[in-house]
Write a protein that binds this ligand. Structure first.
Ligand SMILES: [Zn+2]
Ligand SMILES: [Zn+2]
Length: 749
């Protein structure tokens, strides 16, 4: 790949975080739901890192985009301090008391000199007259600004009940259209935040990443704080007129015996003896705080009708899921969890930030065991992505690949916990809790891998080769040689927002590792990696690889470590496509035509499946022989098989719909059904398709492509649905759908 910067797609990192570092933010944000602007003030604590004299005025550069900065001022520091932390990280001081640690800093009597600043498209540069070194620059400064409606850090949308709401959609620009900050991941900081709205009487509640639930003042200001030092991209906010329902109570958190009999977890081991090695910036980390688990308090937040749809089910599942994650991955890094159901325009399925998880309504509607795995996935991000993060954003597999690997194991362990704890139940979320004649959890795991393989194979076909690489920078930096500005490769490229290549390739790499050393030992290594070694730190892919090849001398001689790491980089991380060993495994006839009962149920429905891609399916669909209680993975594989048939008769489609009642299935099953509808021109199902595109906006992108290619009534439907949704949709989704619908020659080559 080329080292050239692509200004349209690569994302600049302007902040000079290697010269002076923001250690703490105090943020006051007032959200105006009528003008879609935020009035912001921030007190920012700076720590100088290099003593170099610039000869000219020293600049503090903060990343920002579409902000109207009105003033930057020096703030008076009243108490003496040796280190900047002394000003805000006093262990005795109670962060929960905003009167002591927050409000006084915003007092206008404390502002001193007005500093000079220059606003550029991607940053703000601040100088003080005749200060030429970082050490002479003021340590505490105040910014005042307002956001512009075109900024991408916030989406202001009506929620499912038509009420005002907003959320941070994990845009390419992260939070730099919300407040000025240092964006490079190394610039980790803690924060306090007071969020409020101008429209006090609308009953809007705020949810911000924070250690504790908000402290709400009489004038409806919501106060949050996060003591852990984190990259600023992990800051998230959502607000709406929402119901808050307790899902896991604070009281079930005391000890595991309160939850009933202990479930034997072969991989569980004690953490009491683990000590923090202080490799991270100082903060009261979860190791120092002591063992947190097996569950943490958890609340579900969103429009009341959606919350009510799933609360009973999630009240059973989430304690088991959190306990399963605790047993596999160790103590919870965060003390609580708020789960917010976002408006339907949210372009992802889930997003984790510290103590705060966003989920799409696609996870909530017709929620079954299949959707619940998404919760397991997001829960695992507390370990993979948050308590250990990637130094280089483009190495996304370090969070997504790990979470995609962990999700099935956490879910399996959760189902085991439910089986033991709930002897009254035989089924949960549409799945049997114990193996039976046509279902086994071992086969379920294989089937999940097969679905992931099929998803990845399809994505690889549709993704340009340079975007199939798990480590696009190969450990190097992307810098414009003339300006010295660093960039995140493809950081703004809207196409990448929808690709799951990194999730799936990462999954297959970790699965490959686990198959060599054994699952139990592999999870032991993961616990060591996230707890003892790297909690609170950022890593490169090679840090994990080196650890892996060091940890199993019985499989990999220590002397071969360097060679082994290089081999994995060249065969997996730095190359497009998938290694042959994975392709061989899944393309092998045995895997696909496995004689398991699990797959038999699927295969019996399609008796002539061996004829390959050209086969027809008209009226020979054996719906009678097929068990009607297939689990979602079986239904998905059945639909995938049918998608490979050249023709499928109308009567078969009708029978399928009668049998499975697709309108009551989870979004992933519905998605395959929609593909079948489009592929076989089943115009009578167009209303179903339209409703899917409206309600599951994160999942429709491939359908738009398939519909556009049809150049018939489906193309017209795609255009009409898109036009009706364009204003509501996530701007990234709009760019992608537009390119599909209006530049078909480019897209469908
Ligand atoms: Zn620690
Ligand atoms: Zn994820």
């Amino acid at each position: 790949m080329s080292d050239d910067v692509d200004e349209d797609n690569d994302l600049p990192l302007m902040a000079n975080a290697d010269e002076i570092r923001v250690r703490h933010y105090k943020l006051k944000l007032e959200f105006d739901f009528d003008t879609h602007r935020v009035k912001g003030s921030a007190i920012i604590f700076l720590q100088p890192l290099v003593a170099r004299d610039c000869q000219s005025d020293f600049e503090v550069i903060l990343d920002c985009r579409h902000l109207d900065v009105s003033s930057v001022q020096e703030v008076e520091v009243c108490q003496p301090f040796a280190k900047i932390e002394d000003l805000f990280l006093n262990e005795k001081a109670k962060w929960s008391d905003r009167q002591i640690l927050f409000d006084p800093w915003f007092d206008s009597s404390r502002t001193l000199d007005t500093l000079r600043f220059k606003l550029e498209p991607w940053c703000v540069r601040v100088t003080k007259a005749s200060v030429s070194t970082a050490f002479d620059f003021p340590r505490v400064i105040r910014f005042d600004w307002s956001t512009r409606p075109e900024g991408r850090s916030l989406l202001w949308r009506q929620d499912q009940n038509g009420s005002d709401s907003l959320f941070t959609p994990a845009a390419a620009v992260n939070n730099r259209s919300l407040f000025p900050c240092q964006e490079p991941p190394i610039a980790m900081a803690s924060w306090q935040c007071v969020a409020s709205t101008k429209q006090k009487n609308r009953g809007i509640k705020f949810f911000v990443t924070g250690d504790e639930d908000a402290v709400i003042s009489h004038d409806e200001e919501f106060y949050f704080y996060t003591q852990m030092v984190l990259p600023m991209s992990t800051f998230a906010v959502a607000a709406g007129r929402w119901t808050v329902e307790e899902i896991v109570s604070r009281h079930s958190n005391i000890s595991s015996d309160k939850l009933g009999p202990t479930v034997e977890m072969p991989m569980h081991s004690g953490y009491k003896e683990v000590q923090c090695r202080k490799k991270h910036d100082p903060y009261p980390c979860h190791i120092d705080r002591g063992d947190i688990g097996p569950t943490i308090p958890c609340r579900l937040i969103g429009p009341d009708n959606l919350v009510h749809q799933v609360r009973d089910q999630w009240k059973i599942y989430l304690p088991a899921c959190l306990e399963a994650a605790h047993s596999l991955l160790g103590p919870h890094p965060f003390k609580k969890l708020d789960i917010v159901i976002l408006p339907r325009s949210y372009s992802g399925l889930g997003l984790s930030s510290p103590s705060l998880m966003f989920v799409s309504q696609s996870v909530v509607l017709n929620c079954d065991g299949y959707n619940l795995i998404r919760l397991a996935h997001e829960v695992s991000h507390s370990w993979f992505g948050l308590v250990v993060g990637a130094l280089d954003w483009t190495e996304e597999w370090l969070s997504e690949g790990f979470a995609t690997f962990a999700e099935d194991h956490i879910h399996l362990a959760a189902m085991k916990i439910l089986k033991e704890r709930r002897p009254d139940r035989t089924h949960f979320g549409g799945y049997p809790l114990a193996d039976n004649d046509s279902f086994s959890w071992t086969e379920w795991s294989k089937c999940r891998a097969l679905i992931k393989y099929k998803t990845l194979a399809a994505e690889l076909e549709a993704t340009p080769e340079d975007q199939q690489v798990m480590r696009p920078m190969s450990g190097r930096e992307l810098r414009d040689p003339s300006t010295e500005i660093a960039y995140v490769k493809n950081g703004q490229n809207p196409e990448l927002a929808f690709t799951q290549v990194n999730y799936m390739k990462g999954y297959f790499l970790l699965r490959h590792f686990a198959s060599i050393v054994g699952l139990e030992r592999f999870f032991g290594l993961l616990r060591y990696y996230v707890h003892e070694l790297y909690h609170g730190c950022l890593v490169h892919s090679t840090d994990f690889l080196n650890l892996f090849f060091k940890s199993f001398p019985d499989h990999f001689p220590i002397g071969d470590r360097e060679r082994n790491v290089k081999k994995i980089c060249s065969e997996w991380l730095d190359t497009p496509r998938l290694p042959n060993c994975v392709i061989a495994e899944f393309e092998a006839a045995e895997t696909r035509t496995s004689t398991s009962n699990f797959m038999k149920a699927v295969q019996e429905a399609i008796p002539d499946r061996k004829r390959g891609r050209k086969r027809k399916m008209s009226g020979r669909f054996n719906s009678e022989t097929m068990s009607s209680c297939l689990v979602p993975e079986q239904i998905i594989l059945l639909l995938e098989e049918l998608l490979e048939c050249k023709t499928v008769g109308k009567s078969v489609l009708k029978e399928l719909d009668e049998k499975f009642s697709f309108k009551n299935q989870n979004a992933d099953v519905m998605h395959r059904w929609c593909e079948l509808i489009v592929k076989h021109n089943a115009v009578e199902h167009v209303p179903f398709l339209e409703s899917f595109l409206r309600e599951h906006q994160a999942m429709g992108i491939y359908l738009y492509a398939e519909m556009a290619m049809k150049r018939n009534v489906f193309q017209k439907v795609a255009l009409a649905v898109f036009e009706s949704l364009e204003k509501e949709m996530d701007p990234n989704t709009v760019v992608n759908v537009k390119s599909i619908l209006f530049e078909p020659s480019d897209q469908n080559k």
